[in-house]
Design a protein around this ligand. Structure first.
Ligand SMILES: *Cc1c(COP(=O)(O)O)cnc(C)c1O
Length: 222
């Protein structure tokens, strides 16, 4: 199938100031290069090994976003090149990212993932845990990460009101955390995917993560 260039251009036109992360998980390097040639620079991947492999074959000015669930013991593999780690879901992970970033003399941007969906299976902090993590972060002054904002995934449901409520909730927490932290770098609210990004933007998202609309459906069993 490959990249849908006209859909990509349409989305870019719609987004305005909202940042697009093109989610390229399980898609080949050729598709990423095709989108790169259309001007896209931010790409999102879910698997450590896959992102690490792809990165060696692609231009160095790509900003790689890790958007999957990351285990602490794997941070070291992506620390040399990753731009932003979305989906940080524990303080332990944040501290490990800081340590590995320091080893590489880098600063890695991080988003804390908040659990906003009804489904138990999704990862992320609840509100209390998030407050605690941010308080800890303020004490520790982790110098090699930049805490850039929050990320969340809404429920996988046809119920648009439910999705809207969840995004509204995340936006509210984002504002609270922003005043708690009082640092201008905390400015990214990553919410919205192929199926719900219009609602997410309505509710205040400034970064969307879109895969299948641009790259086509993902077929996992080849
Ligand atoms: C796969 C994935 C996306 C993109 O999903 P699409 O529905 O293909 O747009 C966005 N965010 C996360 C965290 C993902 O895992």
């Amino acid at each position: 199938m490959g990249v849908d260039a006209s859909k990509y251009k349409e989305i870019i036109g719609e987004l305005g100031d909202v940042k697009l992360v093109a989610v390229s998980k399980i898609k080949p390097v050729e598709d990423i290069k095709a989108l790169y040639d259309l001007g896209q620079r931010d790409f999102g991947e879910n698997y450590v090994q896959e992102m690490t492999d792809k990165q060696t074959h692609l231009p160095k000015d790509i900003r790689w976003h890790f958007i999957g669930h990351l285990q602490s013991n794997k941070v070291k593999y992506i620390a040399p090149f990753v731009f932003m780690i979305q989906g940080v879901d524990s303080y332990k992970l944040l501290a490990e990212i800081n340590k590995q970033a320091a080893k590489n003399q880098r600063i890695i941007q991080c988003l804390l993932q908040v659990h906003i969906a009804a489904e138990e299976t999704k990862f992320g902090f609840n509100e209390d845990e998030l407050f605690a993590a941010i308080e800890q972060y303020k004490k520790d002054q982790l110098k090699n990460i930049k805490l850039s904002g929050l990320m969340g995934m809404a429920s996988f449901t046809e119920d648009k009101n439910q999705v809207r409520k969840e995004f509204f909730y995340l936006r509210t927490i984002f504002s609270e955390m922003k005043s708690l932290l009082d640092q201008p770098d905390f400015s990214t609210l990553s919410m919205g995917m192929s199926g719900d990004y219009h609602i997410a933007i309505d509710e205040g998202s400034n970064m969307v993560r879109i895969g299948s609309l641009i790259f086509g459906e993902r077929v996992y069993n080849k």
